[in-house]
Design a protein around this ligand. Structure first.
Ligand code: FPP
Length: 232
């Protein structure tokens, strides 16, 4: 019998190339981020259409604070104005929004926008979009270890017990991580899940992504044989 391709349940996306997209058009880098947000919306809809249940977007890393104040402020403004500002879009299309990362380290207005958006989309069921903000894989693991040690003093950490202290432990693990703009590294994204996630890298800059790219990703994932260290 022919092997049926396994469905892609959880996709992780490293959105790269917003700056280059803007530079090519002699626009400020911020214009690339605004266009990148439009791509986020297109890709959520396309992923829902393909039956993908969860998409995690790397929107702001723990290292992105090193960028210019203008760029950081613009991205924070996008999180305030376009997370809760797009609530109508999320609710119209049944999109549940979750956020992962060190939320306590974000400006209060961003924290409020996150809380309201998560709360007001919590009953949506078409797809879950997870936005990683002030997120770093190493930071996530350190935060989990610290919480574990506070709650279980003197107990040795196991993989299973630590996993339940990572961000959003109720979600299925990320099956595939993709990156745009021809860069081939993980840049501190989802380090725990990437132990066995499939990887794929694409040339297209993030603001140019559309539904065809999601279709290619699903086809590519269907060709992968996942062994998790075992034998197929
Ligand atoms: C990487 O491209 C992109 C980012 C660091 C920001 C991505 C954020 C968004 C698209 C906004 C999402 C907002 C919401 C509300 C979901 P880069 O700037 O590093 O590109 P470059 O390598 O070409 O300079």
């Amino acid at each position: 019998m022919e092997k049926q391709p396994v469905a892609l349940v959880h996709l992780g996306i490293i959105m790269d190339g917003n700056g280059r997209w803007a530079q090519k058009r002699s626009l400020p880098r911020t214009a690339g981020h605004l266009e990148g947000l439009k791509a986020v919306k297109r890709i959520i809809l396309a992923a829902a259409e393909q039956g993908i249940g969860f998409v995690t977007f790397y929107a702001f890393s723990t290292e992105n604070w090193k960028r210019s104040a203008e760029e950081v402020n613009y991205l924070m403004h996008l999180f305030v104005s376009k997370l809760h500002g797009e609530i109508g879009f999320y609710n119209k299309h049944g999109i549940r929004v979750l956020v992962k990362g060190d939320i306590a380290g974000l400006p209060p207005q961003v924290q409020t926008a996150i809380e309201k958006t998560v709360e007001e989309t919590s009953t949506n069921t078409s797809i879950t979009a997870i936005i990683a903000i002030n997120y770093g894989g190493r930071d996530e693991i350190c935060r989990a270890v610290n919480t574990f040690m506070q709650k279980n003093p003197g107990t040795a950490i196991s993989e299973n017990s630590l996993a339940s202290y990572l961000d959003l432990p109720q979600l299925p693990p990320v099956d595939m991580i993709v990156r745009s703009a021809n860069e081939r590294r993980l840049s501190n994204f989802l380090l725990w899940d990437s132990a066995y996630a499939e990887l794929a890298f694409y040339e297209k800059l993030w603001p140019d992504w559309n539904g065809d790219d999601i279709q290619h990703i699903c086809t590519e994932y269907g060709k992968r044989v996942r062994k998790f260290g075992g034998v197929q």
